[in-house]
Every structure is written in C-alpha cells, then in structure tokens.
Design a protein around this ligand. Sequence first.
Ligand SMILES: NC(=O)c1ccc[n+]([C@@H]2O[C@H](COP(=O)([O-])OP(=O)(O)OC[C@H]3O[C@@H](n4cnc5c(N)ncnc54)[C@H](O)[C@@H]3O)[C@@H](O)[C@H]2O)c1
Length: 443
Amino acid sequence: MTHQIAIIGLGYVGLPLARLMATKFPVVGFDIHQERIAELNSGTDSTLEVEDKILQAVLVKENPFTDPAKQVNDSSVNPSKGLYCSASVSDIANANVYIVTVPTPVDKNNRPDLTPLYKASETVGNVLKKGDIVIYESTVYPGVTEEECVPVLEKVSGLKFNEDFFCGYSPERINPGDKEKTVEKILKVTSGSTPEIGKIVDDLYKSVITAGTHLAPTIKVAEASKVIENAQRDINIAFVNELAKIFSLMDIDTHEVLKAAGTKWNFLPFKPGLVGGHCIGVDPFYLAQKAQEIGYYSELILAARRLNDSMGPFVASQVIKLMIKKGIQINGAEVLMLGITFKENCPDIRNTKIIDVIQSLEDYGVKVTIFDPWAHPEEVQHEYGLESIQDINNLKSSEYKFDAIVLAVSHSEFMEIEMEPMKKELAVVYDVKGILPASDSKL
Ligand SMILES: NC(=O)c1ccc[n+]([C@@H]2O[C@H](COP(=O)([O-])OP(=O)(O)OC[C@H]3O[C@@H](n4cnc5c(N)ncnc54)[C@H](O)[C@@H]3O)[C@@H](O)[C@H]2O)c1
C-alpha cells in the first residue's frame, strides 16, 4: 500500500519534513494553529526554514489521500503526491503513517511537559486504524513513546499496540537557520516497535533522506541517542563557559587559549556562549528528570545546565565592570544589544538567554535597546514584553549613541555593521560570540 503520510505539528521540524516527504508521497500537514495553516497555504513560511518557492512547489489545493479501501496494490500506479495543510482532523483520517513533530518543552520548574505529545497522540488515536504506523520525532527521554504515548493511542482508538497498530521513533536533527545542512542532508536515526516495522520506517526515511539512515535496534535506543546528543553539547559548552569565568578572573583571553589548545588533534572545538533555544538548553532536563525518577541523581548533566544558565548574568556583570573601569555612569546608561534570537540567522526567539543578559543589565539601572534584523518585533513584544528594532536605519540619528554595544548573536548582518557612529565617546564593545575584529572584551 502507498504510504499516505500525516505530519502532526508544522513548526521548525514538521514543515521541512512535510515538504520533503511531499516530493515523494501524498502528505497532509496538520497543525492546531489556524494562522500557521493559513500562512502555509498562502505559500509562506514565517520560520524561514522552507523557502517560499520550494514550499509552493509541493503545495496542492486538495487533500491528496485516497480512501484506503479504494487503493490499488499496484506499484506501477503513480500515487498522487504533494503537501496539503489543514487544521481539520478529518483531513488526516485516511493516512496510514502518522509522524508527530510537536514541541516537548519544560515547565517553569524545568520538568518535562508532555502535554503537546499527549494531545497529539489523542488526535492520532481518534483516527487510528488497523495497520497504521505512528512515528514520533519530538525529542524525549527514553520510554516516552512506548510508556506515555502508546497508552493514549490505545485508549483513544481502542486498538492494540503491536497487533493492530505500530510505532516508530526517528529523532530530528535539523539545525534551524542552516541553509546548507537541510533535513535531507542529515543522517537520520530510525527505529520501530517490531523488527519488521523498524525496516518499514527505515525504508520510508531512506527514500527521502539522501544522507542515509541508521536503524537503531529499539525505540528506546533511538530516543536515548537523541537526548544524549544535546546533553553532550550542553556539557561541552558548560566546560568552556567555566573556562571563560576562570580566565576572566585571570585577565586571560579565553578565545586565544582555545585557539592554542585547539592545535592539538583531539581537542574539541567548543566556544563559550549563551545556551538558549528549545533543544540543548531543554533536552538535558528530560534525561535528568527521568534518571531521578528511577533513583539516579544526575550530577554532570545538571551541573552543566546550572553553569550554562548562569551565563546571562555573568555577561551582564562583565559589561558593567568594563563600563565602570572606563568611568561610565551606570544608572541610566544606554546599551545596544545586537541580537535577541537564540541563535544566528534564524528568527526563533523562544528560550533565548539574551533575555537574562537584558534583565541583569536592567537590574543595574541600564536602558537596553534591542536591534535584531531577524526577530519579529511583535513576537518579542508578545513573548517578553520588550521593544525591538528590525531596521538599523532607525538607530542612526544622533540621539542614538550608546554607552555600550553588546554583540549577542552572530547574524551575518552584524559582520558588516558600522559601530563607530553608534558609540558615545567612552563606549564599550562587548563581543559574546568572539567574532568581531575589534572589541573591548569577549566572553
Ligand atoms: N527546532 C529544532 O531545532 C529542533 C531540532 C531537533 C528536534 N527538535 C524537536 O522537535 C520537536 C518540535 O520542535 P519544533 O522546533 O518544530 O517546535 P515548533 O514549536 O516550531 O513547532 C511545533 C508545531 O506543533 C504545533 N502543535 C502543538 N501542539 C499540537 C498538537 N497537539 N497537534 C498539532 N499540532 C500541534 C504548534 O502549533 C507548532 O506549529 C520538539 O520535540 C523539539 O525538541 C527541534
């Protein structure tokens, strides 16, 4: 039977995957967010992950699924393909493969919040049929698919796991903002709830992922592999962040130290920085929480989290120290923050740690102006209640001179920015990313 694929959740992960799958298969992209569906159907992706013309090339005006009862089992018959986006559950009723790509955030106490996964599983459970496969892509701790999602699917559908329907887990490794390493060029881990289903899931991804796949022996292995990828990065960044704190006390340039150490063949090239976003700064909590539940209190993973979460106030204190040393009056000083998104060349502002820098600076009585050509000002206002500027020309008038400029995100636009006209006489330039040719200090 032809795969008829429903993708549940059309965000940074779901949309690129739906677009890619739609080049080969009939795909319906489902999202609860009506505005998101409307913008996608108009041929635009506000996350900028899929270029408009690439999106438009796969969009179809009608649901491309055929009624399973009317499907012919003849591989010479070319099935319809393309992407149809909808917020209506009935549009995914004829799918036989469901791929779930909804968020997996943490709550205010940094505990995993599985609500979107439970809700998406309920949605799928309502339309699940015999023989269907449900593949989860959201980042989770080992056991979530089989122990948390499957019971919801069974309860809502009345069907039996691994008899009537099956599951898979294939973690997403997409790197938002990266136009080179797009979804099809990143090797993908796959898995299934039985060896046979593992093979079907693997073949499905292999048919669109040019970089290939790695079939893991079980769903739990695949789940664990994803969460440790991000925890490993978090721990490595925490180490260099700790070095940055130590070397700042010793007045040694951390970047020069890392450059020198990096000449050894096995020294890992990590840089200090703010660890934000909804992957590296979040996923380690999933693993640590699960470990705690089963009686192991994770030391290294949580220490890394604490260290990385302390970097915002540290950056602010470094900027303030530099300003004081130059004799700049702190209370009422004006600071320009270059960048608010959690990473470069991407409009995503969720869980950006630059907020911690801004809040700490404001605690010192400093006024912060945010300039980010990528972030949508209305989203910054909605998410954080802050004003941000998207156009640098709004800043160039003479009343906009700053006591300090903090480069917080390495958007390509900032490489060419002319800072001199925006600097007051004594102004400090602080480079969080360590990329500017000239600055007073780097992280
Ligand atoms: N963004 C990344 O860099 C990245 C990379 C790898 C893995 N992941 C993981 O992938 C998952 C999705 O992340 P994302 O960045 O795409 O999230 P996102 O917030 O960009 O998108 C999620 C989408 O799901 C929709 N949604 C929420 N609940 C829903 C429901 N019940 N039914 C249907 N749609 C629903 C939202 O409206 C949204 O459009 C997370 O687990 C994340 O950890 C993300």
